[in-house]
Ligand binder design. Structure first.
Ligand code: EPU
Length: 336
């Protein structure tokens, strides 16, 4: 374990926001966590890849940086393989490990920033796949009692960018390891998402491999989403709202181009990016912060912006969307 005082969090969050953590503790294994708990250091705040947080002020809590690494094969048969991954591994590195071992399942989730431990927390998803489709279980330590538990898939209550760790047991556990099951053979690629089909056709790929799909997803993401190394951001800032079909039909009479995806017979998901673009915020700049020019769902820090300025802009967008469409947007990103 490594303890630092007054650490600048700028390089630990993908918005590249400067803020001071009074106490910053890097933990490398489960024993480090027990040491922190024995010393009764409180309150604790856990940071993984820092790709889903908006820091609006200096942090007085003890910030725990999860650096638990390792990718281990723990079970295998002719068709599939079970791997256990340290929660502090970078998600994309793990996906690349799968691709290099020709393992199918997570290729559509290439290039998502963040750590493996954060993936089940918000059930990351992209291009028609969510991490839950390969998830087996995870190990987590309760921050009050120190009890180490296994959460199996059915216990995690996965939903669209949701899990039990964002709701009932929010801030109560630190995830240490995650197990995924991947396909060695007979893997069915998910090519339903329009942009994937288009990009494969553009590259004249008729029978894609797992790696082809990963490569295509990386290209699509690079073309639409800003690279946090260049422009600070946390991916989609808001969730795509789910609204009643009747509400959607009513909106359609005014906004004939409003897109939607069917969720069930009575409700639809509307792309928040469209709602925000349609009220004129795409590419909006205020000082050093704004809305990305190619994806209105992504708020950005152009350089030396402040977290509270991004937060103020997010609240303004929420208000405008409510006034215009009577739809309540919710942040996908956690506000610190
Ligand atoms: N759209 C616009 N204007 C915009 C952005 C989007 O009109 O500025 C409309 C278009 O109709 C487009 C549709 O929204 O066809 C969908 O856009 P896109 O494919 O970019 O996906 P998204 O719904 O904006 C979601 C995820 C992304 C994920 C992509 C691809 C959420 C909150 N976001 O975005 O996830 O990569 O689908 O599957 O569900 C993330 O969570 O950080 C993230 C980037």
């Amino acid at each position: 374990m490594k303890i630092k005082q007054n650490e600048n969090l700028k390089s630990y969050n993908t918005f590249n926001l400067a803020a001071t953590a009074q106490n910053f503790i890097s933990i490398f294994n489960e024993n480090d966590i027990y040491s922190v708990l024995v010393e009764d250091l409180k309150p604790l705040k856990i940071i993984g890849g820092g790709s889903n947080i908006l820091i609006t002020k200096d942090i007085e809590a003890y910030v725990l940086k999860n650096e638990i690494k390792g990718i281990d094969i723990i079970d295998e048969d002719d068709e599939s393989i079970m791997v256990e991954v340290g929660a502090g591994e970078q998600w994309h590195n793990f996906v690349m490990w799968c691709i290099s071992h020709r393992l199918g399942g997570l290729e559509n989730l290439s290039l998502i920033p963040g750590s493996v431990g954060a993936a089940p927390m918000q059930n990351i998803g992209a291009y028609g796949v969510e991490q839950e489709s390969c998830f087996h279980s995870l190990t987590a330590i309760h921050l009050e009692s120190g009890i180490r538990s296994t959460f199996f898939k059915h216990q995690c209550k996965f939903g669209y960018r949701e899990s039990i760790f964002k709701n009932e047991v929010k801030d109560q556990y630190i995830i240490t390891k995650v197990k995924y099951i991947l396909n060695k053979i007979n893997h069915k690629l998910n090519l339903d998402y329009g942009a994937i089909k288009e990009m494969l056709a553009l590259n004249h790929i008729v029978t894609p491999t797992i790696k082809d799909v990963s490569d295509v997803v990386i290209k699509i993401r690079q073309s639409k989403l800003p690279d946090p190394q260049i422009i600070g951001n946390a991916g989609s800032f808001f969730k795509n709202p789910v609204i009643a079909l009747s509400h959607y039909n009513e909106l359609k009479t005014t906004y004939d181009k409003i897109p939607c995806f069917l969720v069930n017979d009575n409700s639809v998901k509307v792309p928040a990016g469209w709602l925000i673009e349609n009220i004129g915020y795409k590419g909006f700049v205020r000082g050093q912060v704004g809305v990305h020019k190619d994806q209105a769902l992504v708020l950005v820090n152009h350089g030396n912006g402040q977290g509270r300025e991004i937060y103020a802009l997010a609240l303004e967008i929420i208000d405008k969307v409510r006034e215009t469409y009577n739809i309540e947007l919710t942040a996908e990103v956690n506000i610190w």
